[in-house]
Design a protein around this ligand. Sequence first.
Ligand SMILES: Nc1ncnc2c1ncn2[C@@H]1O[C@H](COP(=O)(O)OP(=O)(O)O)[C@@H](O)[C@H]1O
Ligand SMILES: [Mg+2]
Length: 261
Amino acid sequence: MSDAKAVLEIDDVTLQFGGLTALDHVSFEIREGEILGLIGPNGAGKTTCFNVMTGVYQATSGEVRFNGTVLGGLKRNKITKLGIARTFQNIRLFKSMTVLENVMVGSDAHSKVGFFDALFRTPRHRRTEQASLEKAKELLDIVGIKARHDEVASNLSYGDQRRLEIARAMATGPKLLCLDEPAAGFNPAEKQNLMALIRKVRDQGFTVLLIEHDMRLVMGVTDRIVVLEFGRKIAEGAPAEIRDNPAVIAAYLGVDEEDAS
Ligand SMILES: Nc1ncnc2c1ncn2[C@@H]1O[C@H](COP(=O)(O)OP(=O)(O)O)[C@@H](O)[C@H]1O
Ligand SMILES: [Mg+2]
């Protein structure tokens, strides 16, 4: 794993919200084909990190590079086109659209047909539409909800809505898939299922950045883990190293590092 190239580099990124430093000189990289876990207590800066990577916020200082391209200043849709997709901590679906339509909205980000093709329903448009339909079904199959493709999204169980969100993010054809607490609100069995799905997604050739609050959960699925606390990176390493790291244990217990060691 260690000789794999960096897909995304977070280089000395600081982000301030007024007086609050949400990210404080954070640096780490995501390597091609890995599942990187980004963990830390609530408020540590995990979601903010996603928001900087995906163009929602601009870093106060520092740089984010994706395959060498500096992302600062790029619009969100441009970053999607470069190949970064994400899901949200709070599910964001088109609730009144069908499951299939939700995924196809994702694939439109990459659709090559123009307005003219769409207006006159040219053969090119029909071909593209057919291809994105096939692709959407394939993705629904991967996440395990293909049988429900005609269902209105709001009829899905909470867990299946999470799965749908992942399929929709995959439909933009990303190289890097960022999942923000995809198992939030799940029971332990559902969490295990989801972790298996994330491994499966990676095995399809995606690089995955997984935000998770539950430390035990990421241990079994990630290749490496980065730990944030109060906007600072406090540890980075293989799951086993992270589990035994006193600073990480202290962060999760909510006591001083000195007190814990
Ligand atoms: N838009 C914002 N404006 C002001 N403060 C924010 C904003 N977004 C996040 N924060 C603050 O930044 C810190 C990190 O938040 P966040 O990245 O959401 O943490 P996490 O995802 O690790 O729980 C928190 O203190 C949060 O209140
Ligand atoms: Mg968060």
